[in-house]
Design a binder for this molecule. Structure first.
Ligand SMILES: NC(=O)c1ccc[n+]([C@@H]2O[C@H](COP(=O)([O-])OP(=O)(O)OC[C@H]3O[C@@H](n4cnc5c(N)ncnc54)[C@H](O)[C@@H]3O)[C@@H](O)[C@H]2O)c1
Ligand SMILES: O=C(O)[C@H]1O[C@H](OP(=O)(O)OP(=O)(O)OC[C@H]2O[C@@H](n3ccc(=O)[nH]c3=O)[C@H](O)[C@@H]2O)[C@H](O)[C@@H](O)[C@@H]1O
Length: 345
């Protein structure tokens, strides 16, 4: 049985449900069949790459392509161990799997605020559906929650035991309250039905394959620097974030899934930067001539964010390896390739 949550005093009453009888069928294969919801997105597609490297894994991706793209998975389409399904997680899904990585949800504030009711449905009904699936087939399920569950945090850095400071009626609430309900559902299914759960609280992650115009700060600054456009720092510019390179994130998610702890566990890089510092770093590394321009911010923007990753270190033996200054150039190469703008020598 997985170990208890860091801050929950719950008791998991039931053992996990028995896996599907199909597991005992004569055509059973020893492979691990893994569902990745949101697998056509940024983190999901990198996770799929890593899972597909293991020849014992079969991977099924379910995605509605709202913010993801088949392009991110093109090297796997047609592979015998890979299946791609156009599917919206707010509808039920009937597949036989052993593991569910549940990532489906738009992550960029621009996209999750675009249709907030849909974002809530994705987080609540989508998670409910995936938990129902996990219950039916006895699968272990991992939810990609977020540092946004801490809201505009009054504790710094944020430990998993912090309950957060979240506006329940703000424009970001569809996402952060949605993820909070998703976490609650995960623990209720765990306590009530014995489902094996894992919860990752992900902090800002960046890397190749982010949508070029997705509005998140690292992708914005890199695209702007390549296009010779001013870097738009949203006021006051002293707000902080901690940026984790995507390969480190994928490693943390797999360790959490295959380890013994339910979480929630923070997965992120504790290196903390103001948005002005980030802009200066992008300018220095990518385009020293580019301007930095201060623009208006959006409501409820958290002022600071930095993960305490003691638990990830102790329980998963995980810590990030790639520093921001090393990760940004890797992302620059991918953006230049997709924008068709080679580096000037
Ligand atoms: N990237 C980050 O910094 C970050 C930080 C915290 C948490 N997360 C979480 O990690 C997960 C992945 O984030 P990402 O950065 O890869 O985002 P992304 O937007 O690139 O990927 C999300 C994927 O989910 C799909 N999707 C959205 N709604 C869906 C629905 N109703 N049904 C099926 N598919 C749907 C999208 O099409 C997309 O492929 C999300 O759950 C996000 O909340 C990400
Ligand atoms: O780590 C997390 O938990 C969350 O991080 C991000 O949310 P946010 O930190 O608001 O991400 P950005 O939109 O990249 O903004 C980061 C900071 O950069 C600033 N910013 C953004 C864009 C820009 O062009 N300029 C700029 O200064 C914003 O004001 C904000 O302070 C993600 O996109 C969420 O999905 C995720 O859950």
């Amino acid at each position: 049985m997985a170990q208890e949550a860091s801050n929950g005093d719950h008791v998991s009453a039931k053992p996990p449900p028995t896996p599907s009888p199909l597991r005992n069928a004569k055509f059973f294969q020893a492979n691990m069949r893994i569902l990745v919801t949101g697998g056509a997105g940024f983190i999901g597609s990198h996770l799929v790459d890593r899972l597909m490297e293991n020849e014992k894994n079969e991977v099924i991706v379910a995605d509605n392509y709202f913010t993801g793209s088949k392009d991110n998975l093109k090297k796997w389409i047609g592979h015998p161990r890979f299946e791609l399904i156009r599917h919206d997680v707010t509808e039920t899904l009937l597949v036989e799997v052993d593991r569910i990585y549940h990532l489906a949800c738009p992550a960029s504030p621009i996209f999750y605020k675009y249709n907030p009711v849909k974002t809530i449905k994705t987080n609540v009904i989508g998670t409910l559906n995936m938990l129902g699936l996990a219950k039916r087939v006895g699968a272990r399920i991992l939810l990609t929650s977020t540092s946004e569950v801490y809201g505009d945090p009054l504790e710094h850095p944020q430990k998993e035991s912090y309950w957060g400071n979240v506006n329940p009626i703000g424009v970001r609430s569809c996402y952060d309250e949605g993820k909070r309900v998703a976490e609650t559902l995960m623990f209720d299914y765990h306590r009530q039905h014995g489902i094996e759960i894992r919860i990752a609280r992900i902090f800002n992650t960046y890397g190749p394959r982010m949508n070029i115009d997705d509005g998140r700060v690292v992708s914005n600054f890199i695209a702007q620097a390549i296009r010779d456009e001013p870097l738009t720092v949203q006021a006051p510019g002293t707000q902080t974030r901690s940026f984790c390179y995507v390969s480190d994130m994928v490693d943390g998610l797999i360790r959490l899934m295959e380890g013994d702890n339910t979480g929630p566990i923070n997965i992120g890089n504790p290196g903390e930067f103001t948005m002005l510092e980030l802009a200066e770093t992008v300018k220095e590394l990518i385009n020293p001539k580019v301007e930095i321009k201060m623009v208006d911010n959006t409501p409820d923007d958290p002022r600071q964010r930095k993960p305490d990753i003691t638990k990830a270190k102790e329980l998963l033996g995980w810590e990030p390896k790639i520093k921001l200054r090393d990760g940004l150039p890797l992302m620059e190469d991918d953006f230049r390739h997709r924008l068709g703008v080679p580096k000037k020598i």
